[in-house]
Write a protein that binds this ligand. Structure first.
Ligand code: SF4
Length: 169
């Protein structure tokens, strides 16, 4: 499988970081991890545990992806604490579908649950998403192999990023 023969392991978290901020991805892939400082991440973990401990435990596959729950039809279920998916969340989940398809699971859908807002959203992997993901695999490999991060760029999301102090102090 293309992803596994890559010289760089493409994990679901890397896909998320790639779409969130490429500088953040570089920090993460160079083991500069500040997630423990993030209140958002802690809340997310609590929502996930509260919601899915009533169902089944998270499934880690090949140390590449970690899916909250897969039902009997092969449909992936994920929980999110926020009101909607950002681009990183969306492609991380689409990557789960793609990865599982490549493992032989015949399914192209995921359901995302937003328990704090009592709503859910369906995602379906389309051909165009696969093209986007394949481009991301190439860029992630280049970023990870680079010996320095891309230049810092101030964005509105920087204020709630766990790497803020590293970028702006
Ligand atoms: S603070 Fe901003 S530039 Fe720095 S890693 Fe976070 S999102 Fe990226």
């Amino acid at each position: 499988m293309e992803i596994l023969t890559n010289e760089v392991k493409i994990t679901g978290v890397k896909i998320n970081y790639f779409f969130y901020c490429k500088r953040q991805l570089w920090f993460f892939t160079h083991h500069i991890n500040m997630e423990s400082n993030s209140i958002d991440v802690e809340i997310g973990k609590e929502v996930h545990e509260e919601y899915f401990n009533r169902n089944k435990k998270e499934i880690a596959i090949d140390e590449i992806i970690a899916v909250d729950f897969v039902d009997n039809n092969g449909i992936i279920h994920e929980t999110k604490k926020g009101k909607k998916l950002d681009r990183g969340d969306k492609y991380q989940i689409l990557y789960y579908i793609y990865y599982l398809q490549n493992k032989g699971v015949k399914n192209s859908k995921a359901v995302v649950h937003f328990p704090l807002y009592n709503k859910k959203e369906e995602l379906e992997l389309q051909d165009n998403d696969i093209r986007v993901l394949k481009n991301a695999f190439k860029e992630i490999t280049e970023i990870e192999k680079s010996d320095k991060p891309i230049e810092v760029q101030k964005m509105s999301k920087c204020n709630r990023c766990s790497y803020y102090e590293l970028c702006f102090s």
